[in-house]
Design a protein around this ligand. Structure first.
Ligand SMILES: NC(=O)c1ccc[n+]([C@@H]2O[C@H](COP(=O)([O-])OP(=O)(O)OC[C@H]3O[C@@H](n4cnc5c(N)ncnc54)[C@H](OP(=O)(O)O)[C@@H]3O)[C@@H](O)[C@H]2O)c1
Length: 283
């Protein structure tokens, strides 16, 4: 039995879908059963409750061999993930797979990757078998700009001319499904990128080519971005996102990894393919 968190979100949802296609036995910890009705209909056992509730998590972990931990960024993420790890040890879980990020390194300077690294270290010291899935920027983050691309043929982000090796969450779900069902993944950290390094100006060029109309990336000043997102993201989260985006602008990424191809035996999804697959949202 595999326990999944976050199945009503992006990475957990993709992982659940691809595990179901492999015929895996799944249990999911969800806050709202109605949001996971499709998964329940497909055979996923649901345990309803909040990840901060140790009793609910212990119940969800009963009889579980492998657990997949993905949580949104927030002030409580680190505490909740550490508690989950302790409860997995107590429940006799064999293997814990954590959604981390590529920026999570010992020298990380901003809150989100620092938190991921702290939890990674905690898991590595727990005695559990572990695997860290460490993706770069999600292509699906661009869906937040879909309305603006559709209506104004512009999108506004504060990354300057910074670069990412953005990856599609469908590929990340495929990696997680492989890690949770395949052999030889214990003790591994998998850094996942897409097939190319792109600035957001390059992203705009690809939108222009696929949509057949000029799309412009507007490099928004960070103060303006912060102001726009105030009240939408909680203060800790907003500050952490601004710091992360500033790091993309100032440092960025200059090399893709070959991890996806090595694990799945095929090329990772290109940005062009991602745009084509979501065309109705952008055009
Ligand atoms: N975005 C990126 O570019 C990127 C890149 C690399 C790594 N990451 C990492 O990916 C992770 C986020 O994954 P995601 O995009 O899949 O997140 P997401 O789409 O926001 O989904 C979060 C999931 O967690 C569930 N959840 C939230 N709070 C919970 C709680 N207290 N108890 C139980 N469940 C709870 C949500 O359930 P509800 O439906 O009930 O809210 C939802 O299913 C982060 O840790 C981030 O650092 C992101």
């Amino acid at each position: 039995m595999i326990l999944l968190t976050g199945v009503t979100g992006k990475t957990g949802g993709e992982t659940a879908k691809q595990l179901l296609e492999k015929g895996a036995s799944l249990r999911a910890l969800v806050r709202d059963a109605a949001k996971a009705a499709d998964l329940k209909a497909a055979g996923v056992e649901l345990v309803v409750g909040d990840i901060a509730d140790a009793k609910v998590v212990s119940r969800a972990l009963e009889g579980v061999d492998k657990a997949f931990l993905t949580l949104p960024n927030g002030e409580q993420q680190q505490a909740n993930e550490k508690q989950f790890t302790d409860l997995a040890v107590a429940a006799g879980t064999d293997h814990l797979v954590k959604m981390s990020s590529m920026e999570a390194v010992p020298t990380a300077k901003t809150p989100i990757p620092q938190g991921h690294w702290a939890v990674e270290e905690y898991i590595r010291a727990s005695g559990l078998d572990w695997t860290m899935v460490k993706p770069n920027f999600f292509m699906q983050n661009l869906l937040a700009s879909a309305g603006s691309i559709k209506e104004k043929r512009k999108f506004f982000l504060p990354m300057g001319d910074g670069t990412t090796g953005m990856a599609d969450i469908r590929d990340i779900g495929a990696v997680c499904a492989e890690v949770l069902t395949g052999e030889g993944h214990a003790g591994q950290s998998y850094e996942i990128t897409g097939p190319e390094i792109l600035s957001f100006y390059d992203v705009a060029d690809q939108f222009s080519e696929v949509l057949g109309e000029q799309v412009e990336y507007v490099a928004m000043p960070m103060d303006q971005f912060r102001e726009r997102m105030t009240g939408i993201l909680a203060p800790w989260h907003l500050n952490a996102v601004c710091e992360l985006f500033r790091e993309i602008d100032e440092i960025g990424l200059d090399q893709t990894t070959d991890t996806f191809r090595a694990l799945l035996g095929r090329k990772p999804t290109s940005l062009r393919r991602f745009i084509e697959d979501h065309l109705a949202l952008f055009k």
